[in-house]
Design a protein around this ligand. Structure first.
Ligand SMILES: C[S@@+](CC[C@H](N)C(=O)[O-])C[C@H]1O[C@@H](n2cnc3c(N)ncnc32)[C@H](O)[C@@H]1O
Length: 227
């Protein structure tokens, strides 16, 4: 069983037809604007901070952050090279942001290792990334983010939430026609499971459940403060 569909590379033709926007979930303007609004109003993001956009895709949120942050403070990482290519070559020029991100600020990587940037980040954001990941990948993600997030810095991530898991095989309606699962993409988790993971592995994070914060797809935001 495939973890998710993000190993698949889009063709040049796909990108010319803007299929990359649907590949990252559509709602291009809504979810993009929501990300920057959320980070500025609730996430304490300031222009002088350094942000890692983890699983940045083709910059649905990125274009807003790149405009807002001081030049050079945006960093993106994603497993899918074709999405990063669409972001750099199509979405940045379209947003009037050509050449505003250097290629050494974006990284194709699937195991969450951002240490190559040589930066301690103030904020990390992963929107609609954990929703595509099984639990052991989330554990790996915690370990890797702990290395690059400064003490007191905050890692915001979104999940599809379920109150509890009584039946491994049951699905959960998440609205807008989306069903989530324990065993396949899109994944859902009780917040308690994430909390217990932190405790069980002694991870240096303090978790706050922030609720849906008006996320257009009703994903729940978790704030993970590096301690
Ligand atoms: C639903 S898209 C969201 C993209 C972006 N955060 C946004 O809001 O537009 C999920 C993204 O997670 C990326 N992704 C999936 N697994 C990943 C991994 N192991 N490491 C880095 N990125 C990953 C995908 O390639 C894709 O770009």
């Amino acid at each position: 069983m495939e973890l998710n569909d993000y190993q698949r590379q889009l063709s040049e033709q796909d990108i010319q037809q803007d299929n990359h926007r649907d590949f990252v979930g559509g709602l291009w303007d809504e979810v993009g604007e929501w990300q920057s609004r959320f980070m500025i109003e609730h996430g304490g993001l300031k222009p002088e901070m350094r942000l890692l956009d983890l699983g940045c895709g083709c910059f649905r949120g990125g274009i807003h952050f790149i405009r807002y942050l001081r030049s050079g403070n945006y960093y993106g990482m994603d497993i899918n090279a074709s999405l990063l290519h669409a972001g750099m070559e199509v979405e940045l020029p379209r947003a009037g942001l050509s050449h505003s991100v250097d290629w050494d600020h974006v990284l194709v990587h699937g195991q969450f290792d951002a240490s190559g940037f040589g930066v301690q980040f103030d904020r990390i954001l992963a929107v609609s990334v954990w929703t595509h990941l099984p639990l052991n990948h989330i554990l790996l993600c915690f370990y890797q983010m702990a290395k690059v997030l400064m003490r007191g810095g905050i890692f915001f991530t979104t999940i599809f939430e379920v109150p509890a898991i009584d039946d491994f095989w049951s699905t959960q309606a998440q609205g807008m026609g989306i069903q989530s699962f324990c065993y396949q993409d899109p994944y859902h988790y009780p917040v308690k499971v994430i909390e217990q993971l932190i405790n069980l592995y002694n991870l240096p994070f303090q978790l706050t459940r922030m609720g849906t914060c008006e996320h257009p797809r009703k994903q729940v935001v978790l704030a993970l403060t590096r301690i």
